[in-house]
Write a protein that binds this ligand. Structure first.
Ligand code: FUL
Length: 613
């Protein structure tokens, strides 16, 4: 008899645990490497190259190696600054489009080894890799596929060169967590003296499949960022302005084009996991320029960037440029550490602790999936509903009037991204009132969740908060709920510092370059002019953006004199004010000609200005 009852109890236990079915994966799921990367949340970009010494954003490939001779180069200061700014790793531009290598590559003469810095004995990559180790940061490399210096660029031999360089980088500098393959390509360049335009087919030229195989073999823990052809492990978000869509699926389709909408919002029913990485600079440009010292992003702009990246299911890749001296500028480091301090302070005090939570549904009524797992401080436990339940609510009862303005929730993404739509309400004066995200693009701004979603709303005092999942691809799995009070920051006036109405009489057409491809600035009398400034259209349309320019000054009798020509580097991805400086000239009219437009037939501009003496 005793034997039977023992068997019965064992059977009962087995049956009960069987009936608590585990949720199964919904759609594509992240790899271990992608999870590790997404968990970093914030990491730094460092842009440093010969551009730093030529005041450019893109080098042509013929810049003199002798320009590289920093007096105080200190990668430990960079690592310390990034650490103090809350960054968990650094991605370094080991080779930008100009082709100059910041390490003594055995495969080119165009590197630090032929510069005066440390008599050619230095290696910036090595110093930075070591500094990252010292400060507990992960280290990664940006290696530009487009190389405006290399004679073979555009031909098969360059691919061997590119892979040889990658092999050097991925074997000699310890663990590398990410490799960044910029898709930018302006066509023309020095190319070993050829000085010509070379076009490549992004989809076939680089033969990424073979390169990826080599990368993963050399660095099994790496993630690949690629905007130049093949799908990588991470995606660009379609803008360098520092935000991703409020609806953000970490999914794309394995094949096919990826237009702006997909980069920015992901694809709800995509068939591969490719999370967004929001890259932006702490200043307008990626490289250091003296004239941008007063334009380092404000604390409120950085916080907004944080909410619109980390708070929207993306990582944040924040750029710090290196000065000509070889350091991160004090303005940037002060702003960076203030930013980290604010993030720390806001999110270290979770007002949900002590509140009581009730959910409308719990999977199998089992404590294994109860709502307490959303506040247990663990990332691998979660609240789950029954399989057929895709709408469910959680009421957070603070037990007393509580003041807050931020809400955080996280999905257990290991089993896929699910939540499609949610809402928040607060209980004030006996009624439930809806909240709205202050950064909402549409409606209340609350759609997808993903790894982390933070909602910002005006400060409210309430005794209860209700989180309702309105729709989900499968039963929701919520691993975190949090409520916080952040200091109110004065938001930047949109576009302030970026745009001001033109002071001059500006007219399109005319000039020597055909209809609509020239802009004439009438200075209303003679002025001493030493520069021209051009702000491209801000509507994310490439039509009419000037890529290559020529500037002319009127010299009377209908004659014009060319005073400058060149390219507006990276203007399509980063449409900020462009400045052309030239020797001062006294004139009453300045003309800007579009030598090459990104697309379309006529110049477009948001604003245009001259710099007078
Ligand atoms: C762009 C590049 O062209 C910029 O110079 C910068 O490196 C940025 C991160 O990516 O595509």
């Amino acid at each position: 008899m005793r034997r039977y009852s023992f068997l019965l109890i064992t059977l009962l236990i087995i049956c009960t645990s069987c009936s608590i079915s585990r949720p199964t994966a919904c759609g594509p799921t992240p790899t271990k490497q992608q999870i590790e990367l997404q968990d970093m949340e914030e990491y730094a970009f460092i842009h440093y190259s010969l551009n730093t010494y030529t005041d450019q954003e893109w080098g042509y490939g013929n810049e003199d190696v002798n320009l590289f001779n920093p007096k105080n180069l200190d990668p430990r200061q960079w690592a310390r600054t990034c650490k103090e700014s809350g960054m968990k790793g650094i991605i370094f531009t080991v080779k930008h489009h100009c082709g100059f290598c910041m390490w003594p590559s055995a495969y080119t003469e165009y590197s630090v080894k032929n510069s005066p810095w440390k008599n050619g004995q230095g290696d910036v990559v090595k110093e930075l890799a070591e500094a990252c180790k010292e400060y507990g940061l992960r280290f990664a490399v940006y290696l530009s596929p487009w190389d405006r210096n290399h004679a073979e660029y555009g031909r098969p031999a360059y691919i061997d060169y590119f892979r040889n360089q990658l092999r050097e980088l991925l074997t000699n500098y310890g663990d590398i967590y990410e490799v960044w393959f910029d898709g930018a390509n302006g066509g023309n360049g020095y190319y070993g003296g050829a000085n010509e335009t070379r076009h490549i087919d992004r989809t076939t030229y680089y033969q990424w499949a073979e390169t990826y195989r080599m990368i993963r073999e050399l660095q099994p823990n790496i993630v690949i960022w690629n905007d130049g052809g093949d799908r990588g492990d991470l995606r660009w978000v379609g803008t360098e302005a520092g935000f991703i869509g409020e609806t953000n699926w970490s999914l794309l389709n394995k094949d096919g084009d990826v237009p702006f909408e997909m980069l920015h919002y992901g694809l709800e029913n995509g068939n591969v996991w490719v999370p967004g990485e929001t890259n932006t600079s702490i200043r307008p440009g990626w490289f250091y320029h003296d004239q941008e010292n007063s334009r380092v992003k404000s604390l409120s702009k950085l916080m907004e960037t944080y909410y619109k990246s980390v708070g929207r299911n993306s990582t944040l890749l924040l750029n710090f440029p290196i000065t000509r001296d070889g350091l991160i500028h004090q303005e940037d480091s002060l702003r960076g550490s203030a930013f980290a301090k604010m993030v720390r302070e806001i999110f270290s005090n979770d007002l949900i602790e002590g509140a009581s939570l009730t959910a409308t549904n719990t999977r199998n009524n089992s404590s294994k999936y109860s709502i307490k797992h959303a506040i247990d401080g663990k990332t691998n436990t979660y609240w789950a509903t029954d399989d057929d339940v895709k709408t469910a609510a959680v009421t957070i009862d603070f037990g007393k009037p509580t003041t807050f303005n931020r809400f955080m929730t996280c999905e257990y993404i290991q089993l896929g991204q699910r939540v499609k739509d949610f809402k928040l309400e607060v209980f004030v004066n006996g009624t439930w009132e809806p909240l709205k995200d202050i950064y909402a693009e549409r409606g209340d701004g609350m759609t997808t969740v993903g790894r982390k979603r933070i909602i910002c709303f005006p400060t409210v005092t309430a005794s209860k908060l209700r989180f309702t999942i309105v729709d989900s691809k499968a039963c929701p799995l919520i691993s975190r709920l949090g409520v916080f009070l952040a200091p109110e920051l004065t938001p930047d006036i949109p576009g302030s510092g970026e745009k001001y109405s033109t002071k001059w009489n500006v007219s399109l057409a005319g000039g020597g370059n055909g209809n609509g491809r020239s802009v004439i600035i009438d200075l209303k009398g003679k002025k001493n002019v030493k520069g021209l400034r051009y702000l491209p259209p801000q509507d994310r349309n490439t039509r009419g953006i000037v890529m290559d320019y020529a500037v002319f000054a009127s010299v009377g009798n209908g004659e014009w004199k060319e005073i400058s020509k060149g390219e507006f580097s990276n203007i399509v991805n980063n449409p900020i004010w462009q400045t052309v400086n030239f020797p001062a000239i006294t004139t009453d009219r300045i003309r800007l000609d579009a030598v090459r437009l990104a697309s379309g037939e006529r110049i477009r501009f948001e604003d245009i200005d001259v710099v007078t003496e």
